[in-house]
Design a protein around this ligand. Structure first.
Ligand code: PLP
Length: 445
């Protein structure tokens, strides 16, 4: 087996001094060094072009090489190259306002550098909030199996994927997991929506059994991405929101992947009418990957608890680079383009009209289920439809390797049997042309 592409990441030639993310050591691997990119395509050092069907790590929402974004960063760097958010700067103030507008309610935003940090920040905010509102015993976090929330120890403790945690456990105490709304392999039975609602019920059971006075928050992606693209009924999202409200359990919506248009709404939770999370975390599409930036947006009612007079009542949390002026300027330009070019509507339309053609692959004997929301699509690969045994690693790698040979980068994840990734991932830049999308469908088919 030649180069292995996991999550479609681009790695350097071995041997080198670079320690690549997620790569199994393979001295014979022929690896890819990217040198330039434009639109949905990047070029390697040999001049070969690839369509980046996973948007880097699902972050390049506006694709490679947008001059306007590069200029916004350069102009800001010339004006104010760095400034800490222990004080303020205008791009961060403007961006926090914009995020609140986009979320459709009053939110106060704390900036960091990544999705993991955005979630870590949320966990600290939640625990401190409960302390300052008379519930110091509320410290437990509930997340879902298959959910991914980041690589740092707290975020990893919320991440319930066996292959990411083995040899790193124990994690941070106080993190519990419930079964996700995964109807394809439902342990609950029933039709998809019924199974999803039973998964929601499991959250309430857990809160009751643990004692609501101990449970601080529930963290979820509206659509599990790294755990195999799971698209529940929107009623599931509404139901867990209601359960959280009923038990004074804060709802943290991890929009790191699903934010900024990927699913055909500005934020994934907006597919579910009436849902307004207590905290929304974001990164990736916030800057389309042009510079690192994470954000934790907190409902103003929660923020109020941090504004009261008293020792240690303020959030004692700081990030040297979080909310870097250039990153905030890039985010503002990124959002301006998303709005100006109607990217969210584009994703809704072309997701159906073009990427949606991949649903035809359900006719193939090894495709167990095709799950899609906007420009986020997963093909659950099985040995055969009846047994649903996950397609083996070698065959998965073979498909990904063949696509790469043909110039298409796709990824895999899922962790269906712990450690076994049998879901093929397609998540191209939201600006992909119709020809690009046709190329993806044809190559994969
Ligand atoms: N949350 C989700 C849903 C993610 O998919 C990721 C990364 O893939 C993260 C959080 C962590 O983001 P980062 O890699 O920027 O720390």
């Amino acid at each position: 087996m030649k180069a292995e592409v996991e999550m479609g990441n681009v790695v350097n030639k071995t041997p080198s001094r670079l320690w690549n993310a997620m790569h199994r050591y393979n001295p014979d691997a022929e690896q890819t060094v990217a040198v330039s990119g434009e639109g949905s395509w990047f070029t390697d050092e040999n001049g070969k072009k690839y369509l980046d069907g996973v948007s880097g790590l699902w972050c390049l929402n506006l694709g490679y090489g947008r001059q306007e974004i590069v200029d916004a960063a350069a102009e800001q760097m010339k004006k104010l190259s760095y400034f800490p958010l222990t004080m303020s700067h205008q791009p961060a103030i403007d961006l926090a306002d914009k995020i609140s507008d986009l979320l459709g309610a009053n939110y106060q935003t704390f900036f960091s550098n990544s999705g993991s940090e955005a979630n870590e920040t949320a966990f600290k905010v939640v625990r401190q909030y409960h302390h300052q509102t008379g519930n110091p015993g509320k410290y437990k976090f509930i997340s879902r199996y298959r959910g991914y929330h980041g690589s740092t120890l707290g975020a990893l403790s919320a991440t319930a994927q066996a292959n990411r945690r083995v040899k790193y456990d124990p994690g941070v105490p106080g993190f519990l997991h419930v079964y996700p709304p995964y109807s394809y392999r439902s342990i609950f039975g029933g039709e998809a929506e019924e199974s999803d609602l039973k998964a929601a019920q499991m959250l309430e059971e857990m809160i009751n059994w643990e004692g609501e006075e101990t449970v601080a928050a529930f963290i979820m992606e509206p659509f599990i991405s790294g755990g195999g693209v799971i698209v529940p009924s929107t009623k599931y999202i509404q139901r867990v929101t209601d359960i959280c409200k009923k038990h004074n359990v804060l709802l943290i919506m991890d929009e790191v992947v699903s934010g900024y248009g990927r699913t055909g709404k500005m934020f994934g939770f907006m597919h579910a009418e009436g849902v307004q999370p207590d905290i929304v975390t974001m990164a990736k599409g916030l800057t389309s990957g042009y510079l690192p930036l994470g954000a934790t947006a907190v409902k103003s009612e929660i923020y109020d608890a941090f504004t009261k007079e008293g020792k240690d009542n303020h959030l004692r949390h700081v990030s040297t680079y979080g909310g870097h002026p250039a990153a905030c300027a890039v985010a503002l330009k990124n959002i301006e383009i998303i709005e100006r070019e109607n990217i969210v509507e584009r994703v809704r339309n072309l997701g159906k009209k073009k990427l949606g053609k991949l649903h035809q692959l359900i006719g193939h004997e090894n495709v167990g289920e095709v799950r899609q929301i906007g420009f986020l699509l997963g093909l659950e690969m099985v040995a055969d439809k009846r047994s649903k045994i996950p397609l083996n690693e070698l065959k998965m790698a073979g498909i990904i390797g063949k696509c790469k040979q043909e110039g298409l980068i796709i990824g895999k994840n899922g962790d269906t049997v712990p450690g076994q990734n049998n879901v093929l991932i397609v998540a191209p830049p939201l600006t992909s042309t119709e020809d690009d999308l046709d190329f993806i469908v044809e190559t994969l088919s």
